[in-house]
Write a protein that binds this ligand. Structure first.
Ligand code: ADP
Length: 482
């Protein structure tokens, strides 16, 4: 099969969150299965120079964006069996950040979507499937259906659109978007592109794609409800027959405590003693008291309300009154960085917080922690809890989305489970589950060890989910040719 991914980020080139991990690892796995997989990305200046040096300039063309004509260069790089195309325009992507600050996101990603489609005949690549990811690629299925599919070259292409996080939709003024994307007035109605008087890139993808997927079965169910549906639940309910939840995998080679060269000591489920060395090294690096038998809780992730940090805020003094240590790594909202900077001073030696994007430190924390706390308000899939389990850190999570699909709370009767969890978004429920976990740590070390081992032996590979995507692609192609 010929498969084209369009995405705004992808490991190993550019990453702000789980989207990058998923696109990079899924593309690699599908290519390994023998498919022709190509990925289109923006050519950000933020991409490391060592990658930029390996790229080859293939061709360039002009993209019409309303009354503007914009240059688009196509740079190519082959990596682990996948062909990557980077769309180059310094005006849009020659900035030190990936998202956000310029106020022209709608123009940057309108350019990206249109240029990705226009590039295909020039690259002589006619995909069977275009798999578009998140709102930045939302205009790809829309433009394809509305403006391109009457042309023979594009007529047979089928589309899959994946929601990695419904909270981020790309909502802008209609006039501004229309000015660059050039879609006629008749299309800006509530059943097509209009959303509460605005343009919405996510909605554009959801309306025009052939199949919608999201990154866990639970989240697929949740987003059909008003509570999780981010005001798109009506549309998603209407397309329920074409909606599928496919759980993400993780890169099991990158995240492997047996071979990881970023951690102090490699280990396996049978040599769990190695974890103690990682804990000691981590405590030293983060200036935590170097105590072997104090349980170390960790949090790694974007510091936003999605990650349940309001619960932590609410009962932080109760958490810190316990005999434990807390390590936090993340970037995000100032209310949370302020909270944790203050707490680091107040609980010196017991709490450490780092506000950088630091993969090496993330690996050290996954390896050195005893427990991994993830009390999310909502969680489309969540990779961090799976990575934590792979490193033998026991997850403490809220039962939502992908957390619900990957973590089963320990049941003392049946002895089943691989972590601890609570149901309601309630700070004291979280606190009592943290205390429950600590109690096992102090009094039932055998249970904690069993949970660590179960976590490490879990299957987080892409094998199963990649097959599910392939089946969806095949189903679409069969339908298309019928
Ligand atoms: P989301 O996609 O909502 O950001 P996920 O749990 O799906 O959350 O994926 C987050 C990924 O980003 C994980 O691989 C996690 O380890 C990584 N990550 C998040 N914040 C940081 C950080 N500050 N430094 C290093 N890695 C981070």
């Amino acid at each position: 099969m010929k498969i084209l991914f369009t995405s705004s980020e992808c490991v190993p080139f550019v990453k702000t969150g789980g989207l990058a991990d998923v696109v990079g690892s899924l593309a690699t796995v599908l290519a390994r299965e023998g498919h022709d997989v190509r990925v289109v990305l923006p050519m950000y200046t933020a991409i490391d120079f060592s990658w930029q040096q390996q790229m080859e300039h293939l061709l360039h063309f002009d993209v019409q964006l309303g009354w503007r004509r914009q240059y688009c260069g196509v740079m190519q790089l082959q990596h682990e069996g996948v062909t990557y195309y980077f769309l180059d325009n310094k005006y849009y992507f020659g900035r030190p950040y990936v998202y956000g600050l310029g106020g022209d996101e709608y123009e940057r990603f309108s350019f990206f979507c249109r240029a990705a489609l226009n590039a295909l005949p020039l690259l002589d690549f006619q995909p069977d499937i275009i798999h578009a990811h998140d709102w930045q690629s939302g205009m790809v299925p829309a433009l394809l259906k509305i403006q391109y599919q009457h042309l023979p070259f594009y007529a047979a292409i089928r589309t899959v659109f994946t929601i990695h996080n419904l909270q981020y939709q790309g909502i802008f003024g209609i006039r501004e978007v229309q000015d660059v994307i050039g879609l006629g007035d008749g299309l800006w109605s509530a059943d097509k592109l209009e959303f509460s008087g605005c343009a919405n890139f996510m909605k554009a993808g959801l309306v025009y794609t052939d199949i919608i997927t999201t990154v866990s079965p639970s989240y697929a169910g949740e987003i059909t409800t008003a509570y999780y549906g981010e005001r798109l639940d009506g549309l998603i309910r209407a397309r329920k027959k074409e909606l599928f939840g496919v759980i993400n995998g993780i890169d099991t080679e990158l995240y492997d405590p047996e071979t990881d060269n970023m951690i102090a000591q490699t280990y396996t489920a049978d040599t769990l003693g190695g974890k103690a060395k990682n804990k000691k090294a981590l405590q030293k690096e983060l200036a935590l008291e170097e105590k072997a038998d104090v349980p170390l809780l960790a949090m790694i992730g974007r510091l936003t309300n999605q990650k349940g940090l309001d619960l932590v805020d609410c009962v932080l003094s109760d958490i810190m009154a316990e005999d434990l240590q807390l390590a936090v790594l993340g970037m995000g909202d100032s209310r949370y960085t302020n909270l944790f900077s203050w707490a680091e001073t107040k609980y010196r030696g017991k709490l450490a917080a780092r506000f950088t994007m630091d993969s090496a430190l993330a690996h050290k924390i996954y390896a050195g922690a005893d427990f991994f706390l993830m009390p999310s308000l909502f969680e489309p899939c969540g990779l961090s809890q799976m990575i934590a389990m792979r490193y033998g850190s026991v997850p403490i999570v809220r039962e939502t989305g992908g957390l619900r699909d990957t973590v089963l709370s320990y049941n003392e009767e049946t002895k089943e489970g691989n972590g601890f969890s609570f149901r309601d978004f309630n700070a004291h429920d979280m606190l009592s589950v943290i205390r429950r976990a600590l109690d096992f740590y102090r009094n039932r070390k055998d249970v904690v060890e069993t949970l660590r081992k179960r976590g490490m032996q879990g299957d987080y590979s892409w094998t199963h989910s990649a097959r599910e995507y392939l089946n969806l692609y095949k189903k679409l192609l069969k339908k298309g040719s019928a």
